[in-house]
Design a protein around this ligand. Structure first.
Ligand code: SAH
Length: 212
């Protein structure tokens, strides 16, 4: 049996040294979530390497530094309700679950939806709900959200996301082409006015757009 806890601690130390992990609460969230529970068994040895890994059907679990960067940017708070688009393995949602009150995460791929549910259960996380659905429509049932995080690349910020975001809320999404995106932050002020900020370039798997 590998010492996964030790491997995780080393990965976290590396992310701190690189300046990606900064806040104590985010560091503690990373220490408390075991990434090997969120990767397919074939890749378990690589679970604590800072790299994206395949999940199923050509999709991936994001690299730890990207999860760290996005979580630091999102600044989830203990009283907040968060919406994620793209559950994938459930790892990002698991990290957010340690920092926020509740996380709703939408996944369009049925197999991955079940994978995320199973992984979160194995990790004993109960404040995340995985929903099988189309993320471009957000999740109207539980709106409005304090924060929204999009973990697949998107050509645009969909209206539903802006509508479902609270005033004083924040959304982050990799916006761009399928080849390269810019991690984009949208802030809604107390009057509902939108402000946009662009951060680092990144590469995510593309959002599936479903015609209705
Ligand atoms: N956050 C995940 C990584 C997500 S990868 C993790 O921590 O592991 C992007 C995911 O978005 C994929 O699983 C893909 O199936 C999903 N996806 C793509 N288009 C979508 C859509 N329209 N609605 C919901 N999920 C979508």
């Amino acid at each position: 049996m590998k010492n996964f806890e030790e491997m995780n601690r080393r990965m976290v130390e590396k992310l701190i040294a690189e300046g990606v992990l900064k806040s104590n609460n985010v560091i503690n969230a990373f220490l408390s979530v075991k990434r090997h529970l969120f990767v397919p068994k074939t890749y378990i040895e690589e679970a604590y390497v800072d790299t994206p890994l395949p999940t199923a059907n050509g999709q991936t679990i994001s690299a730890p530094h990207m999860v760290a960067y996005m979580t630091e940017l999102l600044k989830p708070m203990k009283n907040e309700k968060i919406l994620e688009i793209g559950a994938g393995s459930g790892y990002q949602a698991a990290i957010l679950s340690k920092l926020a009150k509740f996380v709703y995460t939408i996944e369009i791929d049925k197999q991955l939806c079940e994978f995320a549910k199973y992984n979160l259960k194995m990790a004993n996380i109960s404040n995340v709900k995985v929903i099988w659905g189309n993320g471009t429509e957000g999740y109207v049932n539980k709106m409005p959200y304090d924060k929204i995080i999009v973990t697949c690349s998107t050509p645009q910020i969909y209206d539903a996301w802006i509508q479902q975001l609270k005033n004083n809320g924040k959304l982050i999404a990799p916006v761009g082409t399928t080849i390269c995106q810019i991690l984009t932050e949208i802030e809604k002020d107390e009057n509902g006015k939108i402000k946009k900020k662009e951060h680092i370039p990144c590469v995510f798997v593309p959002i599936r757009v479903v015609e209705r």
